[in-house]
Design a protein around this ligand. Sequence first.
Ligand code: OAD
Length: 232
Amino acid sequence: MKELHELKKITILSGAGLSQESGIKTFRDANGLWENHPIEEVASPGGYQKNPELVQNFYNLRRRQLKEVQANAAHLAIADLEKLEQKDVLIITQNVDDLHERAGSKNIIHMHGELRKIRNTKTNEIKYWEEDILEKDYLSWRPDIVWFGEEIKGAQRIYQHLVDTELFIAIGTSSQVYPAAQFFQIVKENHGLCVELNLEPTQMSSYYDLSIQGKASEVVPSFLKKLYADEL
Ligand code: OAD
């Protein structure tokens, strides 16, 4: 069996726990509620149809919050790993923030979309947008976010990459939302190594080859160091 530092093809799956220490709230520890609204109401096509104002407000606030936060040590450690020439790193993120980009990462798939992109509801044109969506545009522009029941982004590239991934690292995700929660199984079926780094155990922890508990800003840099040959 190969040593950790010999593994070249690496897939990182990140979730809300990675950005928690940057000041962005995770989903599952807020009881799945946002100001008393179930998350499905603000994150589904049906919810948007029923109450566009509520949904636009939810994302306007989250988009505004991006101006106040910055990447933390875990995002930076991931970006450093990606810079190593001998590694092939793909980041699949469930996060809609842009903290991976701001940390310097390049090879990123935002499978659940991006807060700083909006999509025209008629033409599907996508544009970069840092400001609020205004009332006059509530029905013509929507956040380019994957809502419940919608197709994830980048599926083909994701599955292609997973089959020959040598090391899969899930970071800060509760593994309750599919299909992301199942990605590690594809890697396992193809004999890759699966590692989970999370604040607490998840329902999937026992299926991983290794599950390490702790804050992302601590466990991510310390685990990723093991992938550097000269750290041995
Ligand atoms: P969750 O909120 O479900 O889970 C966050 C996980 O991060 C939990 O298991 C926490 O224990 C862990 N955590 C919290 N703080 C942490 C820290 N400082 N360091 C390490 N781990 C920490 O978030 P996701 O799994 O990302 O979808 O949720 C998946 C999807 O559910 C989201 O992308 C979102 C939501 O519906 C969309 O918006 C489309």
